[in-house]
Design a protein around this ligand. Structure first.
Ligand code: SAH
Ligand code: SF4
Length: 384
């Protein structure tokens, strides 16, 4: 059987190499060649012994994802569509800023949570991505960008699991991928710069705190259960009190001393002054279990809704968003408004599935692409 080495964190690769009779330091060298140098062809891994390279060629591959398309926005945002087979495709988006480069990564093809304001949710659930498919997005983007920008150093400094899918509903594949992102022999990102965004899978928030605590973003979107039930169906399973309790339990393990709450601003739905007041009360008054303290250490990130026709929802006006932000800020809650990036290429939040909703069309495009491309795009290697 041929194994895809992108499926392993370092410990996994060490175990795999041991089966081939190779020592730990060889696994580390191999890991660095793959993730730090972006090499997929074993014959080009010149620091590995010839015998090992031959063994690897027999038993393993570094298999990235075929790229269906790439779009670059006027603001520098780059979006890739990757083929994950059977007509499914997922997207990753690179967002350059003056002090950082952020990659937004997908965790599933589609999503089972089905939020009303999210086009991935409207698309339905297809399947979980494997660890290799999650990492392939970072592996490809990082090494493509280095070549594209002519840089020899790291380009991606932050990863946010905010692409398609609910990362905590794909936990077993997610955690090894996070470990590779954090590993000094991998991408060497700090825990504060890797963010898992969740719609509130409470049980898995506890496991993440124990297994691999990274920065946490929670998609809140409503100040009360009735409204949140209608926007984020998962709220019926894990209502707000349970979700906020889970945030409190997460914080001691978290690399930052606050939780980021994301709040999608929907015109006339969740954006009134009254909603802001309810939200402030919810956050301030939430009791701590076991002592008398109240309130949750948090920041708010208001996301102007990116509309799509099937949602039947509209974006709040800029004035409304600013007013809502002011209400929260005046109450002492640090609040930012997310800049919408990559709008012109449909790369903004929740627009990611726009292109893939019609599966047949994607399959058709993938076929067209294959017909016009003599070699399959499996990602960059250092020596291309
Ligand atoms: N499933 C996870 C992560 C992916 S969604 C989650 O829900 O947190 C990433 C963020 O994009 C979430 O905060 C989500 O609420 C937001 N989002 C989804 N659709 C959106 C849209 N149409 N406009 C603006 N934000 C959206
Ligand atoms: Fe899934 Fe997140 Fe979209 Fe909700 S917002 S449907 S959880 S991807």
């Amino acid at each position: 059987m041929v194994t895809n080495l992108l499926d392993f964190d370092l410990e996994g690769l060490v175990a795999f190499c041991e089966q081939l009779g190779e020592k730990r330091f060889r696994a580390t060298q191999l890991f660095r060649s793959i993730h730090q140098r972006g090499i997929s062809d074993f014959s080009l891994m010149s620091d590995l012994a010839k015998l090992l390279r031959e063994k690897l060629a027999k038993h393993a591959v570094v298999h990235a994802l075929p790229v269906v398309s790439m779009h670059e926005s006027a603001d520098g945002t780059i979006k890739w569509l990757f083929d994950v087979g059977h007509g499914d495709a997922v997207e990753a988006v690179f967002i350059p800023e003056s002090d950082r480069g952020t990659l937004c990564v997908s965790s599933q093809a589609g999503c089972a949570v089905g939020c009303r304001f999210c086009s991935t949710g409207h698309q339905g659930f297809s399947r979980n991505l494997s660890t290799a498919e999650i990492l392939a997005q970072l592996w490809y983007a990082e090494h493509f960008l280095r070549r594209h920008l002519g840089l020899d150093e790291r380009v991606i400094s932050n990863v946010v699991m905010m692409g398609m899918g609910e990362p905590l509903q794909n936990y077993d594949a997610l955690v090894p991928a996070l470990r590779v992102m954090l590993d000094d022999h991998g991408y060497g990102l700090s825990r504060r710069r890797v963010t898992v965004s969740t719609s509130g899978v409470v049980s898995m928030m506890d496991r993440l705190a124990a297994d691999c605590p990274v920065a946490l973003a929670v998609s809140l979107h409503a100040p009360c259960d009735a409204l949140r039930d209608s926007l984020v169906p998962l709220n019926r399973k894990y209502p707000l009190t349970e979700l906020l309790d889970a945030c409190l339990r997460y914080l001691p393990a978290a690399p930052r001393d606050f939780v980021t709450f994301e709040y999608c601003m929907l015109d006339g739905v969740n954006d009134s002054d009254l909603h802001a007041q309810e939200l402030i009360a919810l956050i301030r008054n939430h009791p701590h279990k076991g002592d008398k303290r109240k309130g949750i250490s948090c920041k708010f990130n208001l996301i102007p809704f990116n509309p799509f026709p099937a949602s039947g929802l509209l974006r709040s006006s800029t004035e409304r968003v600013m007013q809502f932000a002011k209400k929260l800020s005046d109450a002492g809650i640090v609040t930012t408004v997310r800049k919408t990036r990559g709008d012109d290429i449909d790369a903004a939040c929740g627009q990611l599935a726009g292109e893939v909703k019609d599966r047949t069309r994607v399959t058709h495009r993938i076929q067209l692409q294959r017909q016009t491309m003599p070699t399959k795009a499996t990602g960059p290697t250092h020596h291309e």
